[in-house]
Design a protein around this ligand. Structure first.
Ligand SMILES: [Zn+2]
Length: 302
């Protein structure tokens, strides 16, 4: 029997237990789970208990120091004076970066100051970790600065990026990180249709779209070969679900990142246009499906 896939939290726990620690992690997924996993992992890295025991142990001096403060010091915004990063609790070897309250982005000066701090020796002589919460808000120059840090990682130091959607980060950053992926939230498209099995089937295929090659898309569109009336109805249904599915992604991106790549909006327009061609101009269902799937696929690959 195939071994079940390791759960994301377990993956980090096993990494602590076996002491196979990497210099960079990217933890992604919906809700609070990715951030709390990152925090627990960072605290586990500096915990002083036996590696065979679960870490953080919450009892050793390091764990007492790394307890997050109830009211953490806010980071300084833009040009104002104040901290660019803070410690986790008051542990000198655990660092934390997030968006400053008045900023829309994680800034380059924050990453640079972290880099400078990490280029010094570790305070306790052991492992260190830095969490970059809100990594989806790193702006382009901050990402380049981060890349330099990841290219020459300080010894015994782990950088832990946390973002709801991993693909928002530059591919050169992603490729240097061990990826830990928590599941995305259940699709609202599915919930909206009370899990109609034919909707579920289309959504499942759309979720895997990014992994499909062009020949797979052509094959998918070939499912719509045959009686025109019937097939036009099937394609129209697929396009309606795809439209809901895409607009859900667009809304999520707008909420999480404050912007939507123009390719997504273009693909949405193409979907609408294809539906019109299908119903008003008797376009071929198979060709319409192919055209829409190509548009979706190329919008998602960016
Ligand atoms: Zn401990």
């Amino acid at each position: 029997m195939a071994k079940p896939a390791e759960s994301p939290a377990l993956l980090l726990e096993n990494s602590l237990r076996s002491e196979r620690i990497h210099s960079a992690y990217l933890i992604s997924g919906a809700g609070e789970a990715p951030l709390s996993a990152a925090l627990s992992f960072a605290r586990g890295l500096v915990c002083e208990s036996d590696p065979a025991e679960p870490r953080p142990c919450e009892a050793c001096p390091a764990c007492r120091r790394s307890q997050p403060a109830e009211e953490p010091i806010p980071l300084a915004a833009g040009d104002t004076k104040g901290p660019r990063f803070r410690q986790i609790g008051d542990h000198a070897d655990l660092y934390w970066i997030e968006r400053a309250p008045k900023n829309s982005q994680v800034r380059i000066d924050q990453v640079r100051e972290l880099h400078t701090a990490l280029s010094r020796r570790s305070h306790g002589g052991g492992r260190r970790a830095a969490i970059i919460a809100d990594a989806q808000f790193l702006n382009a120059s901050a990402e380049s600065a981060l890349l330099r840090l990841l290219e020459e990682p300080p010894s015994d130091t782990s950088i832990i990026l946390v973002a709801p959607v991993a693909t928002k980060l530059m591919i050169t950053i992603r490729s240097r990180c061990v990826r830990v992926t928590f599941p995305a939230e259940e699709s609202r498209v599915l919930r909206g249709h009370d899990a109609d099995p034919s909707v579920a089937e289309v959504v499942e295929k759309l979720d895997g779209l990014g992994r499909l090659g062009l020949s797979d898309l052509i094959e998918w569109a070939e499912d719509y070969k045959g009686d025109r009336g019937q097939m036009a109805e099937s394609v129209d249904f697929m396009l309606a679900v795809a439209g809901d599915w895409l607009s859900e992604r667009i809304r999520d991106e707008a909420n999480q990142m404050g912007q939507v790549p123009p390719e997504r909006l273009d693909a949405y327009k193409t979907l609408l246009h294809c539906r019109q061609e299908l119903t008003r101009r008797n376009a071929s269902p198979q060709m319409t499906a192919e055209r829409s799937l190509f548009a979706l696929r190329s919008a998602l690959s960016r």
